[in-house]
Design a protein around this ligand. Structure first.
Ligand code: 5GP
Length: 118
């Protein structure tokens, strides 16, 4: 199995995941290696490899991903203290799974967004 198909197989139900939300456009599930007390991945049901591959036809899906992130943050109890939403894109962005996904992380102070290289 290639990593490119991993999240598609979670969306289809072929692979297990702790799914916290699902609708006609997106699915959200807990990250298997959480970096914070709350770490949820929000993915489009129809696989888009990276943020660099989106087109105008994906606008509804991208908007839904952000709205679901906001709603899940409230549901998970981190909205008031705050949280971070991230998309890693391709090699320099550190993307491991080539099925577009948004990370919702929170539940503790998250520190600076990036470590300074010097
Ligand atoms: P990326 O580095 O591509 O932005 O993030 C990929 C994320 O997917 C990582 O945080 C990793 O822990 C998570 N992940 C990788 N494999 C699985 C899996 O099989 N199930 C779940 N729930 N998360 C996974």
């Amino acid at each position: 199995m290639t990593q490119a198909t991993l999240f598609a197989r979670i969306v289809s139900g072929e692979l297990p995941a702790d799914i916290v939300y699902r609708d006609d456009l997106v699915t959200a599930f807990r990250d298997i290696r959480p970096l914070a007390p709350i770490h949820i991945l929000i993915v489009p049901n129809r696989a888009i490899p990276t943020l660099a591959d989106v087109s105008v036809g994906d606008e509804a899906t991208l908007g839904r991903m952000l709205r679901v992130a906001s709603a899940l943050a409230r549901q998970e109890g981190v909205a008031e203290d705050g949280y971070r939403v991230m998309i890693n894109c391709r090699d320099h962005g550190g993307q491991e799974v080539y099925h577009l996904h948004l990370h919702l992380v929170g539940g503790r102070p998250l520190g600076p967004m990036l470590a300074r290289s010097r």
